[in-house]
Design a protein around this ligand. Structure first.
Ligand code: IMP
Length: 446
């Protein structure tokens, strides 16, 4: 029995969906613990690609329950569309459970999100965050302000009405909102349709753990977008960290067995914010084209650059990573040299190898220091076939050396490698504890 968290170890879009789907094969429950329709987890099934936004990856597997957990903000109309889309394609194979404590993200939050980001940009264009405009910030703000509405409350007309009236009173800046009656009616209808799926999910998970079943917590977004520990204010409004995954699912820390951080062999970011190893030229364009780097939710082109070990070490410590999944190694196949960021040179002449400056502007001024690693061969069909047949021993030796370097630099063993978009293109490198000590809270530079 294990309880494991899978989380993004960069700025999002690390192919977490693919790793969660791979691990879901041996899980009983997969739980989304934070975020909402801003997420886009892509899984390439034999039937074609699927992008999940508000459902946990477990819903794609027979015998697995996908829980949309208490820490989420759920847009119920979009969720219904997601469910219908999967049903129509015959891909809804697992059970779906929605937490009664999850907050309802309303269409007015989407309007407010756009209004707020425009407001920031009006004062200073670079101040606009480039949110996904799916209403995340305002929905979490209303949750914290105690103005929110929860999924379990959609079936209580008097509560629904009172909350909406209060909520409308807090938003005089939003023009042309629908009449409260109309919104209340639509919410009651969608609430009635979703009601059979809505439960109190914590005891379900506690019982599963007590029975010895595998539970997987599926992180959305990424640790570097955490509202406290990311590149504030260029962050999302939830806690996509290991601690956040526990709070967002109601699972006690003492039940946790492992934390898998997912990072690409390079790095991308969508939206604004510092990105020290960004490549704006031809090489960035190469990564975007070969890696298919476009937002799964917004379709925006992603900013591309190199793996940043300063940030990865920070994420490893912050989240207590017990292993890493390094994805999209095939994208770099055939490249002569692979740069990796190992430190920053700061404007005052100092060098930083550890930690994330709490000031995003300071990080934006960091000049990366690179080490360059020899590239590995292209992932032709016969190499992919060999890896499928023989496992990790068939990975190119140059790539294995690169992975060993990442392990040394972070103190975290690489447990999985993703080498293609398809469901079966992930290889397990063996149990992490057998190879390396987990980092714990030890000093990096004693
Ligand atoms: P929000 O979460 O929509 O408020 O967006 C805040 C920041 O997080 C923006 O820079 C987004 O581009 C980024 N972001 C939010 N969700 C994701 C994601 O799933 N992948 C990558 N970036 C994301």
């Amino acid at each position: 029995m294990t309880v494991r968290i899978v989380l993004g170890a960069q700025f999002g879009d690390e192919a977490k969906g693919k790793i969660v789907d791979f691990l879901a094969a041996s899980a009983r429950y997969v739980v989304r613990s934070a975020g909402g329709p801003n997420a886009g987890h892509t899984i390439v099934l034999p039937e074609g690609p699927v992008v999940l936004h508000q459902l946990a990856c477990g819903v794609l597997r027979h015998g697995v329950t996908g829980v949309s957990g208490p820490g989420m903000v759920i847009q119920p109309f979009k969720l219904e569309e997601e469910l219908t889309g999967l049903e129509q394609r015959g891909l809804l194979r697992g059970e779906v459970v929605l937490s009664d404590r999850a907050h309802v993200l309303l269409p007015l939050h989407e309007v407010e999100d756009a209004w707020e980001d425009e407001l920031r940009g009006r004062r200073r264009p670079e101040a606009s965050l480039g949110t996904t405009r799916s209403g995340i910030g305002p929905a979490y703000a209303d949750r914290a302000g105690r103005f929110g509405l929860r999924l379990g409350e959609l079936g209580r007309p008097a509560v629904l009405r009172e909350r909406l009236e209060l909520l409308y009173a807090t938003k005089p800046h939003l023009a042309n909102l629908p009449p409260i009656d109309e919104l209340a009616g639509r919410l009651t209808e969608v609430g009635t349709r979703l009601a059979p799926l809505v439960r109190t999910t914590e005891p379900i998970l506690w019982d599963a753990i007590a029975r010895g079943e595998n539970v997987l917590l599926e992180g959305a977004q990424s640790a570097l977008l955490d509202v406290d520990f990311g590149t504030y204010p260029y962050v999302t409004s939830s806690h996509p960290t290991s601690a956040g995954a526990l709070v967002g699912s109601g699972i006690p820390p003492t039940e946790l067995d492992g934390v898998v951080g997912v990072a690409k062999a390079y790095c991308t970011r969508v939206g604004a914010g510092p990105f020290p190893t960004e490549e704006v030229g031809e090489r960035g364009e190469f990564l975007r084209r070969v890696g298919g780097e476009r937002g799964a939710t917004t379709g925006r082109p992603r900013r591309c650059g190199w793996l940043d070990l300063v940030l990865l070490r920070y994420v490893a410590r912050l989240n207590g990573l017990t292993s890493l999944a390094i994805t999209k190694v095939d994208v770099l196949g055939g490249v002569d040299e692979v740069p990796v960021g190992v430190g920053y040179r700061m404007p005052d002449g100092s060098t930083v190898r550890d930690g994330l400056p709490s000031d995003a502007d300071e990080l934006a001024r960091a000049e990366p220091i690179y080490e360059t690693w020899p590239g590995w061969p292209e992932f032709h069909a016969h190499l992919r076939e060999r890896i499928r047949r023989e496992g990790a021993t068939a990975l190119p030796s140059e790539l294995r050396r690169f992975l060993a370097f990442v392990e040394d630099a972070t103190g975290v063993p690489v447990e999985y490698v993703g080498y293609g978009a398809h469901r079966d293109e992930t290889v397990w490198l063996g149990p992490p504890t057998a190879r390396r000590r987990r980092p714990g809270i030890s000093a990096w530079n004693p």
